[in-house]
Every structure is written in structure tokens, then in C-alpha cells.
Design a binder for this molecule. Structure first.
Ligand code: NAP
Length: 256
């Protein structure tokens, strides 16, 4: 558990905060003093995450919000409720909401492709845009937007044409956002996890997981907290000269 207070009074929005990597980010950020908006499509799971968080150190408190990141209307309602609750926008945002709908390219249905792009790529766009617009409008001095991509967005993965395209897309989105938003003091970066033990990878057959583990130089799956550690670094001033970057958190999988 982190003992640093480097995120004290940083209001942080975490999408996908109800599970896996998003939940670990909420926990890590709260342990470093941040106020956290736990946002997820599932209210119960977001409440469960909230129940695990230590009190924030600034007294602003944490909150739960239900959002479908693929819907502009829903994202708009999310920002209205944050503004109503805290009277200012989040200065840190972690885009962790994501889904898979795997199938071979030869079989993949159009709606499988569309759905994954809508949540993973369009959702990251909508939330990034809303955070940036709110920060610029209120004249905030700085912000940090972190998007959870994936190493498979770089190297491809059998059965994931939709998912890998969405994850390659968020890197492009992040690099462009970094270029456009630097002048407003807003940094934008990606983390690229390899294979992390969460509900998402619970769906992967054991045979495939064993094969993956044998390819990882560190010889194991990653833990959500190990991705959250890197997100906390990117949220903090320790990374103040880093923008437009993608940091791999893979245990060495696909080095080079
Ligand atoms: P997870 O445990 O399934 O968490 C994803 C969360 O996002 C779930 O709570 C999910 O709710 C929520 N969500 C889904 N659609 C949403 C929407 N439209 N709006 C808001 N929230 C939504 O998966 P995870 O492994 O932690 O994944 C987190 C991020 O890391 C994703 O972007 C994923 O692509 C990325 N990633 C994961 C791995 C890995 O190995 N686990 C590797 C690389 C990248 P429901 O459960 O109700 O759908």
C-alpha cells in the first residue's frame, strides 16, 4: 500500500472503476490522497469499489457515478453530476472502461466490431474530450489524462481484430491529444498492459493463459495493482515532463 500523499486534493475520474484495473487505480489513487469518482456502467460494482477506499485526505470525499462511456449523453450527465458535487472538474482522468468481444476476423460480425470500437475507442475520445473541455473552460493550470491501451494494440492478437484496432486507436488519440492540450498544461499518456489477472482475462481459456505465461520473461500474469502503480506515476508531478507516451506494463512480453 502506498504511503505517499503526492495525489492529495487531486480530483480523479476513473472509468471502469468497478472492476479489475480501474478498481485498483481507484484504490491506489485514494491511498495517495486523491478524491476519486468511481465511474462504471455497473452501479453495484462501482459501489463495491467505493466501499474499499480509504478516506481522501482533502475532505472532498469520493463518489460513485454510473456512466456508459460510449454515449455522449451519458458522459455529459457524468460531468454535470461531478460539477454539481465538487464545483470543479477532475484534474486527473483514467480511461479504464473497456470490453472484449473476440472472434476470428473471418467470422467477426459487424456489431461485434462496432461495439468494441464504441466502448474502447469512442468512449476514450468522449471522456478525454469532456475532461479537456471542462479543464480549459475553468482555466485549470494542469491536468493528466491516462488511457489504458494494450500491448496487443501494437503487436496484434489472434481473435481480436476489433479490440486491437481500438487499442491502437487510443494510442493515436493520446498522441494527438498530447500535442493539442500541452499548451493548456494537460498531459496525455497511455499505459499498455500485457496480460493482467482480471475478469477480462478470466474469460481466456487456461490453455491460452499457460502459453502466454510461458512467453512472459517475468514468467507470470500481472496484477491490476501493478498497472495502477504506473497510472499513479503518470497522474503525479513525478511524470511532469512526460506526455504523448505509452508505457508498457507487460512483464517483458513482446520486448522489441
Ligand atoms: P474488467 O475487469 O472487465 O473491467 C472493465 C470495467 O469497465 C468493468 O467494470 C466494466 O463493466 C466496465 N465497462 C464496460 N463497458 C463500459 C461502458 N460502456 N461504460 C463504462 N464502463 C464500462 O477489465 P480490466 O481487465 O480491468 O480492463 C480495464 C482496461 O484495461 C480495459 O480498457 C482493458 O481493455 C484494458 N486492458 C486489460 C488487460 C488485461 O489483461 N486485463 C490488458 C490490456 C488492457 P461490466 O463488467 O459491467 O462490463
Amino acid at each position: 500500500m502506498a504511503t505517499s500523499t503526492r495525489l492529495i486534493s487531486r480530483l480523479t475520474l476513473v472509468t471502469g472503476g468497478g472492476s479489475g484495473i480501474g478498481r485498483a487505480v481507484c484504490q491506489r489513487f485514494a491511498s495517495e490522497g486523491a478524491s476519486v469518482v468511481v465511474a462504471d456502467i455497473g452501479e453495484e460494482s462501482a459501489k463495491d469499489t467505493l466501499g474499499t477506499l480509504p478516506n481522501d485526505l482533502s475532505g472532498q470525499g469520493h463518489m460513485v457515478a454510473v456512466v456508459d462511456v460510449s454515449s455522449k449523453e451519458s458522459v455529459k450527465r457524468l460531468f454535470t453530476s461531478i460539477q454539481t458535487h465538487y464545483f470543479h472538474p477532475p484534474s486527473v482522468c483514467v480511461n479504464a472502461a473497456g470490453i472484449t468481444q473476440d472472434d476470428f476476423l473471418l467470422n467477426m460480425a459487424e456489431d461485434q466490431f462496432d461495439k468494441v470500437i464504441q466502448v474502447n475507442l469512442k468512449g476514450s475520445f468522449l471522456v478525454t474530450q469532456a475532461v479537456a473541455q471542462a479543464l480549459v473552460a475553468c482555466g485549470a493550470a494542469k491536468g493528466s489524462i491516462i488511457t489504458v491501451g494494450s500491448i496487443v494494440g501494437k503487436v496484434g492478437n489472434i481473435g481480436q481484430a476489433n479490440y486491437t484496432a481500438s487499442k491502437a486507436g487510443v494510442e493515436g488519440l493520446t498522441r494527438t491529444s498530447a500535442k493539442e492540450l500541452s499548451r493548456f498544461g494537460i498531459r496525455c499518456n497511455c499505459v499498455l498492459p500485457g496480460f493482467i489477472s482480471t475478469a477480462m482475462t478470466d474469460k481466456v481459456p487456461e490453455k491460452v493463459i499457460s502459453k502466454i505465461k510461458s512467453l512472459v520473461p517475468l514468467e507470470r500474469m500481472g496484477e491490476p495493482a501493478e498497472v495502477a502503480d504506473v497510472c499513479a506515476f503518470l497522474a503525479s508531478d513525478d511524470s511532469r515532463y512526460i506526455t504523448g507516451a505509452s508505457i508498457e506494463v507487460t512483464g517483458g512480453l513482446f520486448i522489441g
